[in-house]
Design a protein around this ligand. Structure first.
Ligand code: SF4
Length: 263
């Protein structure tokens, strides 16, 4: 996923996945490849400050530069102030929309070539299944694990840990004595992902290999049918923030949310 002479921004929340990712990347970095830890403060009282503290500490311990961005500075509201969302969206849907926006902007400011995130095999299989359960074939077909260049304003993402299971990541963190933040977000209980995670973990216990099989199934299906290319959607420029969006009315999800929140 990486190449020589490039700048990789690494999303670090302070949780085990991102701490392990930053640590491993700092050890295997290729010639002239530069890393910057990118830390997003959503503004969740009693939860996020600890993660931010560990993320900064991890970057400093590895002698890496870091960039901290907050929802409050960037969008004028913290996540706590945005919630509860008045229009039937879950907290995580709102949070995820603004995180993608904040990260994409920060990566462009850093002039980085890639954004690396700590998604592991379990997260990825959950997303595959969630897209199936929602009937969202467009997102399903876009869920590629290959970095793709889509637009100058949308930096390619890489998920170096995507074939590493969650237990392996925990094991690596413990074996290497890494400090990570393991608190539970106060808004996490609303996520549909939780029940999917429970189901998959049960299946994995009874039928080891299930989680990896889901990813292999998606890869094979997309590759055999060349679905990625067929379902590629057009990207437009958001009329409000100029960022890429697939919205036909040319207003990105973040700007739509902000407009409704501010009203
Ligand atoms: Fe945001 Fe949901 Fe993650 Fe909490 S659990 S940080 S609300 S995406």
């Amino acid at each position: 996923m990486l190449k020589f002479d490039c700048h990789v921004a690494v999303g670090v929340s302070g949780g085990k996945d991102s701490v392990v990712l930053l640590t491993i990347l700092s050890k295997i970095t290729l010639h002239k490849t530069k890393l910057t830890a990118l830390i997003v403060d959503e503004g969740i009282e009693g939860y996020r400050p600890h993660g931010v503290e560990i993320a900064i500490k991890t970057a400093k311990n590895l002698n890496l530069p870091y960039k901290l961005v907050s929802y409050k500075d960037k969008f004028g509201l913290s996540l706590d102030q945005m919630l509860p969302a008045p229009f039937g969206k879950t907290s995580c849907a709102i949070c995820g929309t603004f995180r993608r926006k904040a990260m994409n902007n920060a990566v462009i400011d850093l002039s980085a070539d890639f954004l690396a995130t700590g998604h592991n095999m379990d997260d990825e299989a959950e997303s595959v299944l969630l897209n199936v359960l929602r009937g969202d074939s467009i997102r399903f077909s876009r869920q590629t694990r290959k970095p793709e260049f889509v637009s100058e304003k949308f930096i390619p993402r890489i998920k170096p840990l995507v074939l590493v299971s969650q237990p392996e990541i925990v094991y690596y963190a413990i074996a290497n004595n890494l400090e990570y933040h393991d608190d539970v977000c106060p808004y996490a209980s609303q996520a549909r992902r939780n029940s999917v995670r429970e189901f998959l973990q049960n299946q994995e216990k009874r039928h080891p290999g299930t989680i990896k099989n889901i990813i292999i199934f998606q890869d094979n299906l997309l590759e055999t049918n060349n679905i990625n290319e067929k379902l590629e959607t057009n990207l437009y420029e958001c009329k409000v923030c100029s960022e890429p969006t697939d919205s036909k009315i040319k207003i990105c999800a973040g700007c739509k949310f902000l407009d409704r929140l501010n009203n």
